[in-house]
Ligand binder design. Structure first.
Ligand code: IPM
Ligand code: MG
Length: 358
């Protein structure tokens, strides 16, 4: 089959890691008889440099016309002092919103060969770790009204957390269905002891829970969730969060797995069009040095095959290739020395090692 993929390489290590994912997709295409065409588009700092804005209209248009979007990462110190509406991150928020990608799936999985990379004591993670964070991505405080004003103590600034029943319902349904397909356990994260938006969130979750009697659903306050993630992460299956709580908890969960360089993500909307990207950022400090781990991006491409194109065999092939590369002791610097005898590889070499397994 033919698939059109819009490719946003972005900034920092983005281009290096995306290249490895594209070469890997090409091998999958050859092996399984598919044809992937890539259209490179600009977003983030490189878009600011070339066009003056972080998300050119052309980028949105091409993404909408594609079957799926693959993204590296955006941002870097060069653009950190620009005003909020011109920062590279605004491009990322803009594309999520423009494509209606309200559901962000962030799996945090501990790969057996990387068990030693986990920050927690072995007895704490003896049952392994396999959590899926379902994060609301186009609402809440990220998109609410914001501004500056003069108060009685001088300058003030505010951001607003606002959620509608409809927004909570649609993300909750994604989470309930995901839980149903996994271990059947859902923890809905909120701060209902303080925030009105969280109280509405909780009401909606309780109502929907009746429609999914096979899913064991509970509420958990966000501060407690942060604590439980390091105390006993195995208690979690699916964690459902608002935009900001998910941003914070997904970084925490990724660190428990040892390396953020291993974790993929998928952002989905109503249709098939989704955006697939590694959970990590653009790591400007190691850009261009061949030190970045391309695995998160390669697995993100695998998620694209699975969710966007319904190519299960092909997606499994990528997951298995990554696992066997790890079992052989191949490591990029972020996971070097983890799990006994290991061989240090560059970004390109790691990509090649994965492709050699396919
Ligand atoms: C993420 C990132 C983004 C977010 C930033 C770069 C805007 O941290 O995808 O987790 O906060 O959503
Ligand atoms: Mg984040």
């Amino acid at each position: 089959m033919d698939f059109k993929i819009a490719v946003i390489k972005g900034d920092g290590i983005g281009p290096e890691i995306v290249d490895e994912a594209l070469k890997t997709l090409n091998v999958i295409g050859k092996k399984f008889g598919h044809h992937f065409t890539y259209t490179e588009v600009l977003m983030g700092g490189c878009a600011i440099d070339k066009t003056g804005v972080p998300l050119p209209d052309e980028t949105v248009k091409i993404c909408k016309e594609s079957d799926s979007v693959l993204l590296g990462a955006v941002g870097g110190p060069k653009w950190d002092t620009l005003p909020g509406h011109l920062r590279p991150e605004k491009g990322l928020l803009g594309i999520r919103s423009a494509l209606g990608l309200y559901a962000n799936l962030r799996p945090a999985t501990l790969y057996a060969p990387l068990k030693d990379a986990c920050m927690l004591k072995p007895e704490t993670v003896q049952d392994g770790l396999d959590i899926l964070i379902v994060r609301e991505l186009t609402g809440g405080i990220y998109f609410g009204e914001r501004g500056r004003s003069q108060g009685k103590n001088g300058e003030e600034a505010y951001d607003t957390e606002r959620y509608s029943v409809k927004e909570i319902e649609r993300i909750a349904r994604v989470a309930f269905k995901a839980a149903r397909a996994r271990k059947g356990k859902l923890a809905s994260v909120d701060k209902a002891n303080v925030l009105e938006s969280s109280r509405l969130w909780r009401e909606v979750i309780h109502r929907l829970a009746n429609e999914y009697p096979d899913v064991e659903c509970r509420d958990i306050l966000v501060d407690n969730a942060a604590m439980q993630l390091v105390r006993d992460p195995a208690q979690f299956d699916v964690l459902l969060t608002s935009n900001m709580f998910g941003d914070i908890l997904s970084d925490e969960a990724s660190m428990i797995t040892g390396s953020i360089g291993m974790l993929p993500s998928a952002s989905l909307g109503e249709g098939r069009l989704g955006l697939y990207e590694p959970t990590h950022g653009s790591a400007p400090d190691i850009a261009g040095q061949g030190k970045a781990n391309p695995i998160a991006t390669i697995i993100s491409a695998g998620m694209m095959l699975r969710y966007a194109f319904d190519l299960q065999k092909e997606a499994n092939a990528i997951d298995e290739a990554v696992l066997s590369v790890l079992k052989k002791g191949f490591r990029t610097p972020d996971i070097a020395g983890v799990g006994g005898e290991s061989k240090l590889l560059s970004t390109v070499e790691m990509g090649e090692a994965v492709r050699a397994e396919l």
